[in-house]
Ligand binder design. Structure first.
Ligand SMILES: [Zn+2]
Length: 217
């Protein structure tokens, strides 16, 4: 199954992609990870991408698509893959389609995990971290004492990524650039919406049922 996970930041795309990859025995391709590994291994594409990043510029779509192309041609992707974090814009999706056509592959399924902004803000703004690695949530998984880690007694903090102004900014970018992909894949008949406000387990179950149904055809 070649699939793409879509959804706003904080919808749980990465979590679902990791669980599904494990269940379906296909790789979870996070674009952040493949960028980092290309840069770390000094591949020609990694060196090229780094030159843009170091200059404070956006990595051009052609470079990003080449990095993805290189990854999905690896032997572990023969049975499929789960793409997480790519494409992010319509031009990227169009370039991705051109590339897939070139290598005679096709995306079979796009899962859109939909969650209201208000739910995402509540979820992310409630996260608390500890320097020991423990994570909490003020509503779903609160520490015994407010603001203090159960395990080590350190003071909890909010990650920069979880601060409300950062979350609002990321949601704004998502709505402007990435949410148009929902229509793009819907028009191609590939998109299925999943309610991301449910629990992680329920959402996984729903996605597996969708995949089973497609595989039966
Ligand atoms: Zn701690």
């Amino acid at each position: 199954m070649r699939m793409i996970m879509l959804g706003p930041p904080g919808a749980g795309k990465g979590t679902q992609a990791a669980i599904l990859a494990n269940t379906l025995k296909i790789p979870h391709i996070s674009t952040g990870d493949i960028f980092r590994s290309n840069i770390k291994e000094n591949t020609p594409l990694g060196v090229l991408a780094k030159s843009y990043i170091d200059a404070g510029k956006l990595v051009p779509d052609d470079v990003t698509v080449s990095i993805v192309e290189d990854r999905i041609q690896k032997p572990d992707c023969k049975k499929g893959f789960i793409m997480d974090g790519f494409p992010r814009t319509i031009p990227q999706a169009e370039k991705f389609d051109e590339m897939l056509e070139k290598i005679q592959a096709e995306i079979e399924l796009v899962i859109n995990i939909s969650v209201d902004d208000a739910v995402i803000i509540k979820r992310m703004a409630g996260r608390r971290m500890c320097s020991c690695g423990r994570t909490y949530h003020i509503e779903n998984n609160p520490p015994k004492v407010d603001g203090v880690c159960d395990a080590c007694g350190s003071k909890l903090y909010i990650r920069d990524d979880d601060k409300e102004e950062t979350v609002l900014e990321r949601l704004k970018t998502y709505h402007a650039q990435t949410s148009p992909l929902i229509d793009y894949y819907e028009n191609k008949g590939k998109l299925i919406n999943v309610d991301g406000a449910k629990s992680i387990e329920e959402t996984t179950k729903e996605i597996i049922a969708i995949i089973d149904k497609i595989n039966e055809k």
